[in-house]
Design a protein around this ligand. Structure first.
Ligand code: GLN
Ligand code: ZN
Length: 752
């Protein structure tokens, strides 16, 4: 069989592309030098694939920032304000991704959004009424030619027009359907030009088919491809989907539209397999079977994969990854610091190439040795079992998920307990992680200071920030989170069951990467996590000190999960560990505890009908499990960094927190209308200013926003806070902004 992958991590084994690009931005590298570096990386990655036995090698999946931006840029979906900067093509491209500022011009970047259910972000293309679709650049053609010239059996790769339209913003009168004819023309030109380099296949990525496809979408999709496929210029076209299933268009794409190949993800869920089993797969098309997981980091179970493939009755099958491999780290071979039994179960991008080759050989027959070795590996896997954890989970009953008394009763009790002024002011937790804070951490890591010196430094920081908060008159204080570099890693490191890579970087957006923790064993708390810092901070003030924790759903969503137990089982274990910390804080007289869940919404299933069944039905209870045993007088806060939960307001209220803070300053407070309409019961702290910019909001501006909030919500339900943690800001603007926040609140109180 033929083997292929959908895409490869472009950042490089040691994030070479990140560093080269950032040097270019700082003008420490010329454009030619950057282009040369990119060229070398592409050649290296293609060679790696070829040497591993991959037959059909993707070209065009490389990107300096984001693949969807490459497609929209190629199609000339470039707002005028960027064109007017008069920059080189590459700098114009970076201006769209990052914004641009000089003496004459100042333009913001286009917004970024989460790429489906991954932690990768794409740049949201912007269409206006002047958008003129035409070819603008040669990136894909150059890369395909480059691969051919270097002797690789390449396939061209590009994002498709349907996904482009579904993920874009239309700011003028024209909508998606108005661009169909021009897009057909442009894709026909792309096909014709790609064909010139002599490749056989073009892979057109349409992951948006994994979302719900309604009638209008269906028509859009069909129209686009009837047009495009009428003129294939001799190329074979593979409709590549991933991250989900194609239940809404299966019949269309296998029987009506003239695709030569169809790429299906058999890892994300069971539905694609059902579709193929039930409806069959046409003998005259090629099935690109996504059977090696592009999103998780564990070795492939060959026996299970072969069993899946045996169920597929298709004449022409190409073995492929389930998605681009850009969502996993580059290679596991350097993770030698991990215990050997863990290390040998890891499969990052490079190892997945070898797995595809193995599977090909096993299917060809005569390679029982490979199958046997893999079976042995899976039989030897021993995820550390914690019997106490198992027992605790087994003994859970409904009442463990139910906090008592009711929220209304708690509200009355807490108002008395804390005696806070109307419109209490607070912050989201972190204060600026200034250079000295990061240096202190680095010094500890390099063994230049002792743990005592490290802690003492942070204590001094805590003292200073508590004094500041008291001085300006905030009502509920925080300790500042100086001891944390990352809100998930910090907890993972202190919980049993997690392990960490040394170089397991995955692109998050542009040149930014994340290094997610790995869940390997049963999770439990081995000792207190935040108690020392919080109790110390509380000892410095008579005001309430808010404890600060990361919630179970966020810890889970920002880690690489186990595959041998369900997400629900994993998250329940994490919830119990965080519950231990909540109770520990409570036992130490911390009366207000915030449990952050900024990642709760992002893992909502792609299809609405799956939202509850597949996710919220266990994610929401996990949060409740964390705080259900606390006393009525203990106040539970939560925080989310976004305001796009208008469609799941009921689920958010069901978390049964006492207070929730969220981003609102950038979104016209529309969420508040949705909260009111849904009779939302949780007290709310809609962020009154945007912390993502160094701008200092004036007192009047904040008063104004508070006024707007109070026009919609009862005063007794409202808290006043910024819209997110302050760790990425400088101190100067942070201090000025918070002073204004307190001042504005006092003025509003005075006029109540
Ligand atoms: N408490 C965290 C902080 O203030 C919350 C971070 C987040 O919302 N992502 O930094
Ligand atoms: Zn936030």
């Amino acid at each position: 069989m033929t083997t292929t992958i959908i895409g490869f991590p472009r950042i490089g084994e040691n994030r070479e592309l990140k560093f080269a690009t950032e040097h270019y931005w700082k003008q420490e590298l010329t454009q030619d030098e950057l282009l040369q570096k990119a060229h070398e990386l592409r050649l290296k990655h293609w060679k790696l694939q070829k040497d591993a036995g991959i037959d059909l090698i993707p070209a065009g999946d490389f990107s300096f920032f984001d693949g969807l931006l490459d497609a929209s840029y190629l199609l000339n979906v470039v707002p005028k304000r960027y064109k007017e900067l008069g920059l080189s093509a590459l700098d114009e491209y970076f201006a769209i991704a990052r914004g641009f500022q000089n003496d004459e011009h100042s333009v913001k970047a286009l917004p970024m959004m989460k790429w489906f259910n991954t932690n990768y972000h794409y740049i949201v293309p912007e269409f206006d009424d002047d958008t003129e679709i035409k070819l603008n650049g040669t990136k894909i053609f150059d890369e395909v030619q480059e691969a051919k010239d270097a002797g690789f059996n390449a396939k061209a790769v590009i994002d498709g027009p349907y996904t482009l339209l579904k993920l874009s913003r239309f700011i003028g009168k024209k909508q998606a359907a108005d661009f169909v004819d021009d897009l057909i023309k442009a894709y026909n030109e792309i096909l014709a030009k790609v064909a010139e380099s002599g490749v056989e296949w073009i892979q057109i990525d349409e992951p948006a088919l994994s979302f719900d496809v309604n009638d209008a979408d269906h028509e859009l999709f069909t129209k686009l491809y009837e047009g495009i496929l009428a003129n294939k210029a001799g190329l074979k076209v593979n409709l590549q989907t991933y991250f989900g299933d194609v239940r809404d268009v299966y019949e269309e794409i296998t029987t009506k539209l003239a695709f030569d190949g169809i790429g299906l993800d058999f890892v994300a869920n069971k539905k694609n397999l059902e579709l193929v089993e039930k409806n069959g797969f046409p003998a005259d098309r090629v099935l690109f079977a996504g059977i090696v997981n592009g999103k998780n980091i564990w070795r492939n179970d060959y026996e299970a994969t072969v069993a899946t493939l045996k169920k597929i009755d298709a004449k022409n099958v190409v073995l492929s990854s389930s998605s681009s491999l850009q969502h996993v780290p580059f290679t596991a071979k350097n993770e030698q610091q991990l215990p050997a039994d863990i290390q040998k179960h890891l499969s990052f991008a490079t190892e997945k190439l070898a797995e595809l080759h193995d599977l090909d050989q096993i299917l060809a027959g005569g390679h029982d040795d490979l199958l046997k070795a893999n079976q042995d590996l899976f039989q030897s896997v021993k995820h550390p079992v914690n019997d106490q954890v198992k027992e605790r989970v087994a003994n859970l009953s409904d009442k463990d998920y139910q906090r008592t008394p009711s929220r209304a009763e708690r509200e009355a009790i807490q108002k008395k307990e804390f005696d806070l002024p109307e419109l209490p002011t607070t912050t989201i937790g972190s204060f600026p992680q200034t250079k000295d804070v990061r240096q202190n951490r680095a010094k500890l890591r390099h063994g230049e200071i002792s743990k005592e010196e490290y802690d003492q430094f942070n204590r001094d920081k805590i003292k200073r920030i508590v004094e500041f908060q008291e001085k300006i008159g905030l009502d509920v204080l925080v300790h500042g989170e100086y001891e944390r570099n990352d809100m998930v890693e910090y907890f993972g490191e202190k919980l049993d069951g997690f392990v960490f890579t040394s170089n397991g970087w995955v692109q998050s957006y542009g040149t930014r990467g994340v290094k997610p923790p790995i869940i390997w064993g049963d999770v439990s708390r081995t000792g207190s996590i935040t108690v020392d810092e919080t109790v110390y901070a509380q000892s410095l003030t008579k005001k309430e000190m808010k404890g600060m924790l990361t919630g179970p759903v966020t810890i889970f969503n920002w880690s690489f999960p186990r595959e041998d137990i369900t997400p629900e089982a994993s998250v329940t274990q994490i919830a119990l560990a965080v519950q231990d910390e909540v109770l520990d804080l409570e036992a130490h007289d911390i009366k207000i505890i915030q449990i952050d869940e900024p990642a709760l919404r992002e893992k909502l299933p792609l299809r609405k009908s799956d939202w509850f069944k597949e996710y919220l039905d266990w994610a929401v209870p996990a949060f409740r499990l964390v705080h259900s045993p606390v006393q009525a007088s203990t106040q539970i806060h939560t925080h989310m960094c976004y305001s796009e939960f208008g469609d799941i307001v009921k689920a958010i209220d069901d978390l049964d927190a006492d207070v929730i803070s969220f981003e609102a300053s950038r979104s016209d407070l529309t969420l508040i209308d949705q909260l009111v309409a849904a009779n939302f019961q949780t007290e709310v702290g809609p962020g009154v200013y945007d912390i993502h910019s160094p701008r200092v909001p004036s007192v009047e501006e904040i008063e104004n926003i508070i006024g707007k909030i109070l026009a919609k919500l009862p005063t007794s339900k409202v808290w006043i806070n910024p819209d997110c943690g302050l760790k990425t800001r400088g101190e100067k603007e942070t201090f000025a902004s918070l002073e204004n926040l307190v001042e504005a609140t006092k003025k509003v109180r005075g006029s109540l």
